[in-house]
Design a protein around this ligand. Structure first.
Ligand code: TXA
Ligand code: MG
Length: 342
């Protein structure tokens, strides 16, 4: 299959029209969002949903996020009768405050939600994406779209159309190129239960913002009932081929790179990179900027260039960014030795 690139920057109307046609026809189309690119299919086409899991190599028990253009569409996929008044009073301000935007809410699902989307759970994860072009594509498709991140499982989420083509080119009908994603990390995923907000996956909507908007206590899944856990958090996400270590200070960077085995041909240092907010100015060591919006692109780049060691300088500002630290810790986990690696 040839994967068509639909250029939404040069011709947004044409890209929306063609993407809508393909999606209505049951094809898979990768679409830009404000967070990362998603691999979209209409929610009522079981074969298209099956294809999503197939082309990504995604475990069947990891449910998908449903992307809606409007609150009316959200109401059609959620069973609000199963949400009590206390939780509803928390969920409403979160929807008002964050949508359209990078917050995903896990809610009781309506019967229309295919078992493949919810992976057999009685809930559905739903969000209204923040990018106009995404909502226009959903509108054109005429139905909400199920869309996980558009990477092969085990690779970093794609933040450009090129990343999607690298992973899925030849296996999906089209990629809508909307340029690099503004946020670069996936949405915050929460579930509201028992009058508390459970953070299943940290993202750019922070705990403080969640609390300010809802007035509710914000807790980790460990502190809520087991059913609140997000299946996706069980799976290893991404570990670069290079060994990756997190350090707190510039002094520690020096310590780390002298420990790298030097073969003596003078090229070793180019195989070490430092990711840091600003250039630590270490002679001969390549510095690349550390930002939430470009982290995944940098990890992909490091693999492409066969970097052997990635040293990440986590300064105060980086350590305060929970979503960024979460992805860094996941990427720094050793690649080998665990059974669940998708
Ligand atoms: O920013 C994003 O969220 C991107 C864009 C494309 O919207 N999507 C994304 O999808 O990151 P994905 O499939 O890579 O991650 C979805 C996460 C997974 O950790 C999954 O387990 C969790 O959401 N999830 C989905 N449905 C759930 C449910 N019913 N209950 C609990 N967790 C759920
Ligand atoms: Mg993903």
């Amino acid at each position: 299959m040839t994967t068509v690139i639909l250029d939404a920057l040069a011709d947004p109307d044409g890209a929306v029209r063609r993407a809508g046609e393909l999606l209505r026809d049951g094809q898979l189309v990768a679409i830009p969002t404000e967070t990362v690119y998603g691999l979209a299919a209409r929610i009522d086409d079981a074969e298209a949903l099956r294809q999503i899991f197939h082309v990504k190599g995604r475990p069947q028990d990891n449910p998908l996020i449903v992307h809606c253009a409007t609150r009316t569409q959200v109401d059609a996929v959620v069973d609000w009768l199963l949400v009590d008044d206390v939780d509803r009073a928390i969920i409403e301000p979160l929807m008002d405050g964050c949508w359209p935007g990078p917050l995903t809410l896990v809610l009781p699902r309506a019967a229309v939600i295919d078992a493949a989307i919810s992976a057999g759970l009685d809930t559905v994860a739903v969000r209204i994406p923040g990018l106009d072009i995404t909502r226009r594509i959903i509108d054109e498709a005429g139905i909400p779209l199920a869309a996980p991140s558009a990477n092969r499982s085990g690779r970093p989420s794609p933040t450009t159309a090129g990343h999607v083509v690298d992973d899925l080119g030849g296996t999906i009908a089209a990629v809508v190129d909307g340029g690099p994603c503004r946020e670069g990390l996936e949405s915050t995923v929460v579930r509201v239960v028992g009058g508390r907000v459970v953070v299943l996956r940290p993202g750019s909507v922070t705990r403080i913002q969640l609390h300010e908007m809802s007035g509710a206590e914000i807790v980790d899944p460990e502190r809520a009932d087991d059913a609140s856990r997000s299946p996706g958090t069980r799976y290893r996400h991404y570990a670069p081929v290079a060994s990756m270590i997190l350090v707190d200070s510039v002094d520690e960077i020096g310590m780390s790179y002298v420990n790298v085995a030097f073969a003596g041909d003078g090229t070793e240092r180019s195989r070490i990179i430092v990711l840091a907010t600003s250039d630590p100015g270490l002679p001969g060591i390549v510095w690349r900027p550390l930002l939430p919006s470009t982290l995944f692109a940098e990890l992909r780049r490091a693999d492409r260039l066969h970097v052997e060691k990635i040293i990440v300088l986590c300064d105060e500002a980086v350590r305060r960014n929970e979503a960024l630290m979460n992805r860094l810790h996941k990427a720094a986990e050793p690649t080998h030795g665990t059974s669940e690696t998708k």
